[in-house]
Design a protein around this ligand. Structure first.
Ligand code: NAD
Length: 538
């Protein structure tokens, strides 16, 4: 690949006038960009220039939203939510199935844009499309299961009829990161819409265009346009305004920002779900198929150039297979193609920004300076793209090194040898995070039993992360400092609803009847309670 101009990343305060960059070769058609950015709620007249990690190619000047624009977005969403929540659940589910088809039909356009904005490998961008299609289908087909009014046992059989309604929260604020621009823009919003909410979405500054294309697809699928608002701007200011107006906040991002969001939501007594960081462990047991595990490790560690919340940064390998595994893993890693382009041939794409490159470089240099060994990789590759970094395998990492316990969020993994499974579980559970884990063994029942001892929200047996992430009925989220709440499954949609209980009493009041004294009533009640227990009722 030829040498390219280094990307400058987002430049704040850039002029709205595209002539400003008249000499630059734009990666995207200007009319196309304008058709997307017109959806932003923005009256500031300010823009941010965004460049692609692919060669620093300029992409767009993205209009910025003020806190007043955020308030306006919520006002519009609130108006739209009233009629949206009155539409039938079948109509809402049908829109999701149309979205499913649109995502698959328009995948080339979606993938192109995701790759331009993020610099990721094309195959990683495709997985975003696939995950969203799975999400749309799952929630469309389970809409009634999750949202229909449900009868529950009343206080007294026959006399008390009790049921639970699922009432939408109102307007949900979604704050999302850059690493999966399409998935993160939509996957949490799909169940929110289905449950009858409207959404105000704030994507990361680097990936606003993808979020806007997602909003366009929602409209084409039949969701009323005002039910999905998009705002853009600095996290603290615009994200803070989201927290100030929302009825519920769904945040995905770093643990540090998650704490700020949680405090803001606590102050307003609104709920939030927090999908945060991880330092995920993979365990290769002594009976693992070493070749399969090594192949799985390349995906576990280097998918999305390691900028994946559920990717593995710590690899624990049983003593008996350590050497064989390391040989296989290193040689498979060295065979991977590295680059920054729209081409399907790229296995590992670019990091997204100078900031990510700085963190990855710092973690590797710090580890090497303190005695870690680089088995492969370890270098920035500006010849392939401004933020491209080699897939890197480290050995001899110790607790005094930054990459031991801190999330790198890049293509860097540390290898550790273990001597017993108890030791492996203990070390996997070490640290502050608890997002995702992976266990490799031929004895899958043993793998599942081991999973129960690992303090992570998801555990994959003989797979890295895709098996849980792609099983939409299975909740996904973090234990400990990796988050609060869950996306996917029943939890992923119920978070956007209030459980409202309605009980209807018949024939007798829940009080003494016909002049009965309180003492007699207590005796009658006690007899009834004993009887209900004898009958085995809940
Ligand atoms: P980040 O916390 O810096 O930013 C995430 C989002 O929050 C962005 O939209 C940003 O503009 C906004 N933001 C920043 N400060 C804010 C504030 N004070 N108030 C409100 N909003 C604010 O995270 P990042 O660096 O963009 O993303 C990487 C992190 O996200 C990693 O730690 C990764 O593990 C995590 N992540 C987690 C999941 C998951 O499902 N658990 C998925 C993807 C990424």
């Amino acid at each position: 690949m030829s040498e390219q101009t280094p990307a400058s990343g987002p430049i704040t305060g850039g002029p709205a006038d595209p002539e400003h960059d008249a000499t630059a070769a734009y990666g995207l058609d200007r009319a196309y960009v304008a058709s997307l950015t017109r959806r932003l709620v923005s009256t500031t007249g300010e823009t941010v220039a965004v460049a692609s990690p692919i060669g620093g190619t300029p992409l767009a000047h993205v209009p910025q939203s003020s806190t007043a624009d955020v308030a306006e977005a919520f006002a519009r969403a609130r108006r739209a939510q009233v009629s949206w929540s009155a539409t039938s659940l079948d109509d809402r589910a049908a829109a999701l199935l149309r979205l499913h088809d649109l995502l698959l039909d328009r995948q080339e356009e979606l993938i192109d844009l995701v790759v331009w904005e993020s610099g990721k490998a094309r195959k990683d961008a495709y997985l975003e499309v696939a995950h969203l299609a799975l999400t749309a289908r799952y929630y469309a087909r389970t809409a009634h299961e999750h949202l229909d009014t449900r009868r529950v046992g009343g206080m007294f059989p026959v006399l008390t009829r009790a049921e639970v309604n699922r009432v939408p929260k109102g307007v949900v604020g979604i704050i999302s990161p850059w690493n999966y621009p399409l998935t993160m823009a939509l996957c949490d919003g799909i169940p929110a819409l289905l449950a009858g909410n409207a959404v105000v979405s704030k994507p990361d500054a680097q990936t606003v265009l993808t979020a806007l294309l997602a909003a366009q697809l929602l409209e084409e699928a039949g969701f009323p346009p005002e039910t999905w608002q998009v705002v853009a701007g600095p996290g603290a200011e615009v994200g803070g305004a989201i927290v100030a107006h929302a009825d519920y906040v769904c945040f995905t991002g770093s643990t540090a920002t998650g704490r700020i969001i949680a405090k803001g939501c606590a102050e307003r007594l609104i709920g939030c779900s927090l999908e945060l960081g991880g330092k995920n462990p993979m365990l290769v047991l002594r009976d693992a198929d070493v070749s399969r595990a090594a192949e799985g490790a390349t995906r576990a560690v280097f998918s999305n150039a390691g900028q994946l919340c559920v990717s593995m940064e710590r690899l624990f390998v049983a003593d008996q297979v350590y050497d064989r595994f390391v040989d296989a893993f290193v040689s498979r890693t060295q065979a991977m193609t590295l680059g920054a382009s729209q081409d399907w041939s790229v296995d590992i794409g670019s990091l997204i920004s100078q900031a990510q490159l700085d963190t990855v470089t710092r973690h590797v240099e710090d580890a090497v300076a303190k005695g870690a060994r680089v088995l492969t990789g370890g270098r920035h590759r500006p010849d392939l793209g401004p933020f491209v970094f080699e897939p890197t395998i480290l050995e001899g990492v110790s607790a005094d090194m930054e990459c031991f316990g801190k999330e790198t969020f890049g293509p860097v993994v540390s290898l550790y040898r273990f001597h017993s499974e108890d030791e492996a579980v203990e070390r996997a559970n070490d640290g502050a995070y608890g997002l995702n884990a992976s266990v490799w063994t031929r004895d899958t029942a043993r793998g599942r039993a081991l999973a129960r001892r690992i303090r992570c929200g998801t555990v994959n047996v003989n797979e890295a992360y895709g098996a849980t992430f792609g099983s939409l009925g299975a909740p996904m989220g973090g234990m400990r400092e990796s988050g609060l709440g869950r996306r996917q499954g029943a939890e992923g949609i119920h978070r956007y609803t209030e459980a409202q209980s309605v009980a209807t009493q018949r024939l007798v009041p829940i009080a003494p009847m016909l002049g009965m004294s309180e003492e007699t009533n207590a005796k009658v009640m006690t007899g009834a309670l004993r009887l209900l227990n004898k009958l085995g009722l809940a």
